[in-house]
Design a protein around this ligand. Sequence first.
Ligand SMILES: NC(=O)C1=CN([C@@H]2O[C@H](COP(=O)(O)OP(=O)(O)OC[C@H]3O[C@@H](n4cnc5c(N)ncnc54)[C@H](O)[C@@H]3O)[C@@H](O)[C@H]2O)C=CC1
Ligand SMILES: O=C(O)C1=NCCCC1
Length: 310
Amino acid sequence: MSRLPKYIEADDVKRVLKMTELIPIIEKAMGDFSKGDDGGVVQPVRSFIPIEKHGGFFAAMSAYSEKDETLATKLLTRYQENAGTGIPTHTSAIILFEPSTGELKSIMDGDVITSMRTAAASAVATKYLASENSKILCILGSGDQARSHYKSLHHICNFEEVRVWSPTFKNAQYFSSQLRSKVCATVEEAIRGADVIVTATFAKQPIVEWEWVKPGAHINAIGAVNKKWQELSSELMQKSVVYVDSREAAMKGSGDVIISKADIFAEIGDLVNGTKEAQREKTTVFKSLGIAIEDVVSAKLVYDKHMENH
Ligand SMILES: NC(=O)C1=CN([C@@H]2O[C@H](COP(=O)(O)OP(=O)(O)OC[C@H]3O[C@@H](n4cnc5c(N)ncnc54)[C@H](O)[C@@H]3O)[C@@H](O)[C@H]2O)C=CC1
Ligand SMILES: O=C(O)C1=NCCCC1
């Protein structure tokens, strides 16, 4: 057997990774993560290097799953100011090791996985927390995560209407020309009456107010990935029931949680495990920062499926 690591490029990841298969895998991973030692997941909070001079950051996200016998790390950069230049705002690679020997198995594109696993995690949260009769989806942002969430959430709810808002109107129009949706001129117009809301923006100050949100709506808040940034107002955070992917990471790195001083009710994995209640009838927020175990199990799926054909 060759000892050379397998390089798996973005097109090959895209070819093998299917949202229908990914959602249950991410659900199980979130559950294992929230079981603590019983779940067999070892995952430190990610490390960050701010690249202040250029307005970006680098992060390293690593995890080992004993149950899945998978060990990997994702290295990523986020350069918000690349938006509109043709250079991606996020760039990543995932490095997969063989846990029994420590050998390097694969280096693969991480961008497709980041896009799909983040949307799959929101799909899991939406499955547990959205009203069963959700009809209107609102997406704030029109970038990569906005597109990926449009696709993943259609696997969970039968939406009759999708609304999109973006700070640059023509970006929202482009989104709408590709994915059936109505373009809204303001955040308030997009939010009022929506059952499920996705915030996938670069906002650093709150853009969503409590009084616009329909009582009982569910919000997947996936931007504001820094302790000083917020997408949701403090009032909205305080009055909603707040769920996170990792309590430890949210308390260290989420401005939406830290600045609002909102209580975290549970991790999504606690809902999967049945150890905490899914308060579907209340207004709920899933504050997502992204956790390494989501990348690790996705990378295993990609590697195994890729190797079936090579
Ligand atoms: N929670 C998680 O696991 C992950 C979170 N993210 C975060 O999700 C957000 C969206 O990421 P992508 O879609 O990949 O980026 P993207 O570059 O593809 O799209 C970003 C969107 O934000 C909008 N935007 C720019 N400035 C804004 C402002 N001041 N206020 C409101 N909206 C603004 C843009 O018009 C665009 O629609 C980012 O904050 C990103 O870091 C990304 C990956 C994983
Ligand atoms: O992959 C993740 O997880 C990310 N989280 C925060 C923003 C960049 C990507």
